[in-house]
Design a protein around this ligand. Structure first.
Ligand SMILES: Nc1ncnc2c1ncn2[C@@H]1O[C@H](COP(=O)(O)OP(=O)(O)O)[C@@H](O)[C@H]1O
Ligand SMILES: [Mg+2]
Length: 292
């Protein structure tokens, strides 16, 4: 009897020793994993930061050099007469470069406003169909020049939704511009808008372009992150478009989802809540500002 009790207490204490050891091992392992994850995050942040500085200097310098170079040529007009058509051409180049600079600066201001939670939406009843038609017509020429087919399918009589038309247009423009930018000549970009069962409206931009891996999608959604952040990358940009687009959609109480297959294409879907989600979206609005 006594030996049984002794045996039982011995095995109990062994079990508790083992479980303590196991517990400690699990904790050690968890700490190790957390440490590794933090290191990877920090390395990624550092990489993004230094690539950002290199890209940004390049992004700012290119249009500035255009402005300085061509305005210098114009200012020498009295010494070296320029043809009328050259004057117009140089003035247009200066105007393009200056607008590009302005859009970069606006992006930087947008992202910092969003990050500090100070971004305000001007919410009204908006027609996704109208926003889409206006946005698409602005991209016809760019698509043609890139040799990319631009198609759209908008579900008839989509309901109005609460939203900021200027910001939603900014989001959709960005997605279409990316789709055209990262699709080779001969490819296709399709824009669809449709209603979901819960009363939300979805806009999907699909392309047959270069695509992204899961890791690349993560980088693309990081502010200033660009998948191929080296100077030799084949398309210009600041890497702010997607993070801003995602934040703007989330401020509306919606979502932005990316599905992509390398060398096959990308599909970005934004979902915007209908009227009955408005109260919820407004409640989240204040909270979201600081999340980026
Ligand atoms: N449709 C797409 N197909 C492939 N890559 C894309 C697509 N959209 C975005 N990306 C990748 O994500 C990066 C970030 O996009 P974005 O934030 O719009 O910045 P930017 O257009 O200024 O480079 C791009 O540089 C590109 O590498
Ligand atoms: Mg972009």
């Amino acid at each position: 009897m006594l030996t049984d009790a002794l045996e039982a207490s011995k095995s109990n204490s062994l079990i508790s020793q083992y479980s303590e050891m196991l517990g400690k091992a699990i904790l050690r392992q968890r700490a190790l994993i957390a440490e590794r994850a933090a290191r990877v995050e920090a390395e990624l942040a550092n990489k993004v930061k230094s690539e950002f500085i290199a890209n940004m200097s390049h992004e700012l310098r290119t249009p500035l050099n255009t402005i300085i170079g061509f305005s210098k040529l114009l200012s020498e007009h009295q010494h070296r007469r320029l043809k009328d058509e050259n004057i117009v051409e140089y003035a247009n180049l200066i105007q393009d470069a200056a607008s590009h600079l302005l859009s970069i600066i606006n992006d930087i201001l947008d992202i910092s406003k969003i990050q500090s939670g100070k971004y305000a939406l001007d919410r009204q009843e908006l027609s996704i169909e109208e926003v889409l038609r206006a946005t698409l017509s602005g991209f016809r020429l760019a698509a043609e020049e890139a040799g990319v087919q631009l198609e759209y399918a908008i579900e008839p009589s989509l309901q109005l939704i609460p939203g900021d038309a200027v910001k939603i247009r900014q989001v959709i423009s960005n997605l279409i511009s990316n789709a055209i930018k990262f699709t080779h000549e001969g490819g296709k970009v399709t824009v669809e808008a449709f209603r979901l069962a819960d009363g939300s409206v979805a806009v999907r931009v699909r392309d047959t372009g270069i695509g992204m891996s899961e890791d690349e999608i993560r980088i693309a959604l990081t502010p200033f992150g660009q998948v191929d952040g080296t100077r030799s990358r084949w398309r210009e940009g600041t890497g702010l478009g997607l993070p801003i687009a995602k934040a703007l959609v989330e401020l509306h109480g919606g979502r932005l989802d990316i599905r992509s297959v390398k060398n096959e294409g990308t599909e970005v879907t934004i979902t915007l809540p209908g009227n009955h989600h408005l109260a919820m979206a407004e409640a989240r609005e204040t909270a979201l500002g600081t999340r980026l």
